[in-house]
Design a protein around this ligand. Structure first.
Ligand SMILES: CC(C)(COP(=O)(O)OP(=O)(O)OC[C@H]1O[C@@H](n2cnc3c(N)ncnc32)[C@H](O)[C@@H]1OP(=O)(O)O)[C@@H](O)C(=O)NCCC(=O)NCCS
Length: 438
């Protein structure tokens, strides 16, 4: 019987080590028994950006990047996008099972009745500069919620944890919408409990003087599907931030602020905004080949293309592309669409992109839809943060329940100076140091 072990032979000593293989991985700590020298504490692995390191066990989201598969709790994303709704998916992600009818009703009721913010939050929003980026405001205000809910520190209490998930999922749309309304000088629009999760978000964003805001059904559903597609994506940059920061046992509002900050970056949740900026910069079909040339020369990145895990068409991009057509019928064609389609056509045939397995990701088309729906560019990352909150909270919950969880603390390879003695300031300006510009 072949054993599920890996044999490592240290050529320096001739010694062999049997390292167990479990779930297709070896434990990095099992390498510690291999010493580089007598005093060495043991062999480590070097993996900047964790490209080949599993940092946790998880039962939430499954991705097969080569085949382009994405499942939440075992359910294919295509089925959820077609048949489910965002709040049901959020329940599934958090609890592991689809809700029964009564569980669903309770859950929707709890979320709907926790959308209001404390009035003081409006006051500190007013401290921001008039054209503050709404994502910067979201990062700060969600972190500040921890001061309104001190019970959130009880992270070992499952009931308290559940309530923080309800509050966060309920209040993120209100925070994002208030940040937007502040940045354009409009009065805040309060939540409307008669509307759906996404219908209410559209209400808080776009309501003007009408007594009752009525969302356009196609847009309400399109946004709901986009929220489903963004609900979780296993150990991405912001989720790793959530788990990493959460592992210090801080309250979940502070950890979500860290995750939101990670999502703000242009290589992560900021990419959909950057796609629109890129399409605007290209400006016309005639300039597409020139832009592709610059990407291939390494001068630019084709935003909305490529993914750390998907080496195939991102399944979410396929769903979004189909949905874009329905939105464009309602709102009129987005003038940037033909540039996007041309970029995609060229890139999918070009050797540079094909050999690197660079395909459109979720952000390539989502920005076009958001723009057609009337969302301003700088709100796009917030539109990612709102639905991802369910994923962050589910991953946080899973981390806290995992008996193997410890505070996240990677190692390093120290390549700096060997020990040396402190030099008094008067002795530092030697001619040698001056010549070296130190
Ligand atoms: C998502 C992303 C950060 C993943 O990066 P990664 O896994 O670290 O991949 P790498 O940066 O190692 O890229 C591998 C190769 O493809 C190239 N590449 C990756 N994404 C590219 C892009 N969008 N445009 C052009 N070239 C790209 C790299 O230059 C590199 O080429 P090389 O081997 O000749 O040096 C990256 O693809 C990217 O920057 N995409 C654009 C931003 C984006 O859309 N982000 C949203 C993700 S959902």
């Amino acid at each position: 019987m072949p054993k599920d072990t890996l044999t490592i032979t240290d050529n320096r000593t001739g010694k062999s080590y049997e390292i167990p293989i479990q779930n297709g991985t070896i434990r990095a700590l099992d390498l510690r028994q291999i010493k580089m020298s007598q005093e060495d504490f043991g062999l480590m692995t070097y993996d900047p950006a964790f490209t080949n390191t599993a940092a946790c066990k998880s039962a939430i989201t499954y991705i097969d990047g080569d085949k382009g598969i994405l499942n939440y709790r075992g359910y294919p994303i295509e089925q959820l996008a077609e048949k489910s709704n965002y709040l049901e998916v959020a329940y599934l992600i958090l609890n592991g099972e689809l809700p029964t009818r009564s569980q669903h009703e309770d859950w929707v009721h709890q979320i709907t009745t926790h959308t209001l913010l404390h009035e003081n939050i409006k006051k500190f929003m007013e401290g921001f500069w008039h054209d503050a980026h709404p994502m910067g405001m979201l990062v700060s205000t969600v972190g500040a919620l921890s001061t309104f809910y001190p019970d959130a520190k009880e992270i070992t209490n499952p009931e308290s944890r559940r309530w923080q998930s309800v509050r966060l999922i309920a209040k993120m749309p209100t925070l994002a919408a208030f940040a937007y309304r502040y940045s354009i000088g409009r009065p805040y629009a309060y939540p409307d409990n008669e509307l759906s999760y996404t219908g209410n978000f559209l209400n808080m964003m776009f309501k003007l003087t009408e007594l009752k805001y009525r969302p356009t059904p196609v847009l309400e559903r399109a946004l709901d599907v986009l929220f489903i597609l963004h609900a979780d994506h296993e150990q991405n940059c912001s989720t790793s931030a959530m788990r990493g920061v959460g592992s210090s046992q801080v309250d979940p509002y502070s950890a979500v602020a860290a995750a939101t900050a990670a999502l703000y970056g242009p290589l992560h949740g900021g990419a959909n905004e950057m796609v629109i900026r890129m399409l605007r910069e290209i400006g016309s079909l005639a300039r597409v080949p020139e832009f592709i040339k610059r990407v291939k020369a390494g001068e630019r990145r084709l935003m909305g293309f490529g993914h750390r895990v998907y080496k195939n068409y991102d399944p979410r991009a396929r769903i979004i592309k189909e949905m874009a057509d329905q939105v464009f019928v309602e709102m009129g064609k987005n003038s940037l669409l033909e540039i996007a389609l041309e970029l995609e056509k060229i890139a999918l045939e070009d050797e540079y992109f094909v050999s690197r397995k660079l395909y459109p990701n979720v952000d390539f088309y989502s920005g076009l839809i958001y723009q057609s729906m009337g969302f301003p560019l700088d709100l796009f990352p917030s539109l990612f943060a709102i639905p991802r909150t369910a994923g962050w909270m589910a991953q946080w919950e899973e981390m806290l329940r995992d008996p193997e969880t410890k505070i996240a603390r990677p190692r390093q390879i120290y390549l700096g100076s060997p020990p040396r003695n402190y030099v008094p300031i008067a002795e530092r300006e030697t001619p040698g140091r001056k010549a070296a510009g130190i």
